[in-house]
Ligand binder design. Structure first.
Ligand code: SDX
Length: 429
């Protein structure tokens, strides 16, 4: 493999170094391109552009491989748990028993939010979208810890990590309880992470509530599967906002908003809404496949396609299997699953989807499971955010200590008007 590329421009040839990682992409290092040639590169949507080097997550879109710190997602889903996986992503190694105990203790004992936070919920209109609430409240956390926001102080960063992981489930559950007009519950420190979340979501002060361990386990695996995914839209957001040395609360708040979009994490809500529409429309799957293929129709098969995966999304394979298992164990017949399976079967044998390499992504089946767990549809993307939180934290933290750290400030090609003079108001027609 050549260690350089050559660019010839205006009769001059320039050597550009080639960067290689452990495996995967190989890159042309263009960091000195403009100073050497006066040229910039142009790549809307970053189709061919690497923004950083990272040791956190590796994915191979052609082979459908996903590794967190080198460990295959399939092994973590089977053998690990969300808190341990969060530690792995953030600190780079599987925790020792002592490290895990310390991490778990601090996450458990930061799960309450300041009582004043509850006033924020009273300020929202009825039934606000929980993604807007979660992003706003996470951002507001920065006002409660103003003396511990130094992004270059290890202790400040550590306690912020504990607070975010501990409080997001509480903040998320509050957004749901508020929409029901029910009292905002307190976390239960005797429960594990997902059991505590489920109890805050579904318990009421009027009667005892037992968490179903099967549901807690399924939720834990779903959080693991969503925990990180290298430089996706919301993770690139958390890095870019953090590149101004902005605190982690604000950077995560921005990432939650980025995830909300229907082309990104918001797709899990759009998938269920799409399946419901098809179901209401008599289950006519072919009609919607046709619409998805029609270039003049803005309809897209939500939950299909991916910027990187041009083969199966390994997460989707695991979630699809879990969906069948959980529905069978809970004795649920879900017509939307039948529609999803039919959609997948037809799409995967259709020339359009084959040619464009469109496969089910992580969002295609996750909504069916969340529905079976009685998670309300408008909370699906909040579940994605809860899962992705350790990934955002890990990526933000990695960039803060990156030897090549710089504030992110892309250039542009200007295609506006040439220089012209101001026209006084009286001379404008
Ligand atoms: C996530 O990046 C990540 O890692 C994201 C994520 C993570 O874990 O962080 O994996 C999570 O966001 C998964 C994606 C969820 N989004 C959806 O399911 C929405 C539906 N999918 C698409 O809109 C689309 O596939 C994207 C946004 C996911 C990817 O967009 P790209 O890479 O920019 O590809 P594209 O939109 O340019 O599509 C390429 C072609 C286009 O046709 P042409 O313009 O070439 O003719 O494929 C077509 C698209 O029209 N196409 C689809 C389609 N997705 C792409 N056609 C029909 N249905 C679809 N779902």
């Amino acid at each position: 493999m050549e260690s350089k590329a050559q660019l010839t421009f205006n009769g001059k040839t320039y050597d550009l170094p080639i960067l290689e990682g452990t495996f995967g992409e190989k890159a042309i290092d263009i960091s000195q391109l403009r100073s050497a040639t006066g040229l910039i590169t142009y790549d809307p949507g970053f189709m061919s552009t690497g923004s950083c080097s990272s040791a956190i997550t590796f994915l191979d879109g052609e082979k459908g491989i996903l590794l967190y710190r080198g460990i295959p997602i399939e092994q973590l889903a089977e053998k690990s748990n969300f808190i341990e996986t969060s530690f792995l992503l953030i600190y780079g190694h599987l925790p020792t028993p002592k490290e895990l105990e310390y991490f778990k203790y601090h996450i458990t004992h930061h799960s309450m939010v300041h009582e004043s936070i509850k006033n924020l919920y009273n300020g929202f209109p009825n039934n606000p979208h929980p993604m807007a609430v979660c992003s706003a409240v996470v951002g507001a956390l920065a006002t409660f810890y103003q003396d511990q926001l130094d992004v270059q102080d290890e202790r400040d960063v550590e306690i912020t990590i504990h607070r975010l992981l501990a409080k997001l489930p509480t903040i998320a559950a509050y957004s749901y309880k508020k929409s029901l007009g029910q009292p905002l519950p307190y976390p239960d420190n005797s429960l594990d992470y997902t059991s505590n979340f489920l109890k805050m979501m579904f318990a009421t002060p009027c009667e005892p509530y037992e968490v179903d361990p099967l549901i807690a386990k399924v939720l834990d695996v779903l959080l693991i599967l969503h925990a990180d995914h290298e430089q996706n839209c919301s993770t690139s957001t958390v890095r870019l906002v953090g590149s101004s040395r902005c605190n982690l609360y604000a950077s995560v708040s921005a990432a939650i908003y980025a995830l909300w979009g229907p082309l990104h994490g918001g797709a899990n809500q759009s998938v269920i809404e799409m399946l419901e529409t098809i179901h209401q429309d008599g289950g006519d799957v072919q009609k919607y496949i046709k619409k998805a293929k029609d270039g003049d129709d803005s309809f897209r098969l939500m939950g299909f396609g991916h910027r990187v995966y041009k083969n199966f999304d390994p997460r989707s394979k695991i979630i699809k299997k879990m969906t069948h298992e959980i529905l069978e164990k809970l004795g649920i017949h879900e017509p939307l699953l039948d529609i999803a399976l039919e959609l997948e079967e037809i799409a995967l044998s259709d020339e359009y989807f084959i040619e464009k390499k469109l496969y089910p992504n992580v969002d295609f089946y996750s909504g069916v499971i969340y529905k079976a767990l009685n998670i309300p549809v408008n909370m699906f993307t909040v579940m994605f955010a809860m899962g992705r939180l350790p990934g955002w934290i890990a990526q933000w933290k990695e960039y803060q200590t990156d030897p090549q750290f710089k504030i992110g400030r892309p250039r542009q090609i200007y295609n506006g008007l040439d220089t012209r003079d101001y026209v006084p108001l009286e001379n404008r027609k």
